[in-house]
Design a protein around this ligand. Structure first.
Ligand code: SAH
Length: 262
């Protein structure tokens, strides 16, 4: 008779953040975990970002939208094998860590589950723009697949009224475009039209593209916003930053200028 899942403790499940895309942006801990795995499972888009780390391991590619099936399969395989589930960016930011922990709590509370952090799109995009998130900021996903649209709208209103920088994940999909426009309309009710807006597409991937514009003009370039893009709307203290070669960046002061002279 095969042992029941909760009795067999020889396997493990590690949820690994692989960062925004390029191998240099992956942590050493992520690399080691993937290298030591028997099985690596993940969305095909993310598996395709780590070919250099896949050698002896069995690789299971899954499609986007199949997260629950993928999590079930990973938990089941992890009863006997060392399984790594890869997740883009940080697995705890709109990633697989939550679902895995929620499901193991229900079905396999004795399974060893570890989460390895990764560089999330907000950190990756912020670094490319300069330093837009140096003080308080908020992150919101505009995807209404798992969160009802009314709740997203309510949160957008609350965040815009706080006038702190906001990072929009999942700003648009092929079928969902209007929430992005709503955010811009609401933001303009609370912030100056000159407020900087940064659009970072495919951060640290071969097709990387960075646009710095303003709330007034962002809808002119909204075609560049898609599901591979993260959007930064500045807060009341955010300003454009002149950078090397006159490239435009974004900067939010931490507050040193209030205390020190420099
Ligand atoms: N766990 C991921 C986020 C998953 S949600 C993380 O921590 O980054 C997917 C959304 O993240 C995308 O729609 C996009 O808004 C953002 N994103 C993820 N990687 C990105 C990248 N390399 N460049 C720009 N945006 C990215």
């Amino acid at each position: 008779m095969s042992p029941s899942p909760s009795q067999n403790k020889s396997g493990s499940l590690t949820v690994v953040g692989i960062g925004p895309g390029s191998p240099e942006m992956l942590t050493r801990a992520a690399e080691l975990a993937i290298g030591q795995a028997d099985i690596v499972i993940g969305n095909d888009f993310y598996i395709d970002q780590i070919p250099h780390l896949l050698k002896e391991q069995e690789v299971i590619k899954s499609r986007m939208g199949k997260e629950v099936d993928r999590a079930k399969q990973a938990i089941s395989l992890a009863q006997e094998k060392h399984v790594v589930m890869v997740s883009g960016g940080d697995p705890g930011v709109y990633g697989m860590a939550g679902l895995i922990l929620e499901m193991t709590e229900q079905t396999s509370p004795d399974l060893a589950v570890e989460v390895i952090p990764g560089i999330t799109a907000a950190s990756a995009g912020a670094a490319l723009l300069g330093a837009p998130l140096t003080n308080d900021f908020a992150v919101i996903s505009l995807s209404d697949l798992l969160t009802p649209r009314e709740i997203i709208e309510k949160r957008i209103r609350a965040l815009c009224s706080a006038a702190i920088p906001m990072v929009l994940y999942n700003p648009k999909s092929r079928t969902r475009t209007s929430l992005f426009e709503d955010v811009i309309v609401i933001a303009r009710e609370h912030l100056s039209d000159d407020t900087p807006v940064g659009i970072v597409k495919d951060a640290y991937r071969p097709d990387q593209r960075i646009i710095v514009t303003t709330l007034r003009e962002v809808m002119d370039v909204e075609d560049s916003v898609d599901m591979h893009t993260v959007v930064f709307i500045g807060g009341e203290e955010t300003r454009m930053l002149r950078r090397y070669n006159n490239a435009r960046g974004m900067f939010t002061p931490r507050g040193y200028h209030r205390k020190y002279e420099y």
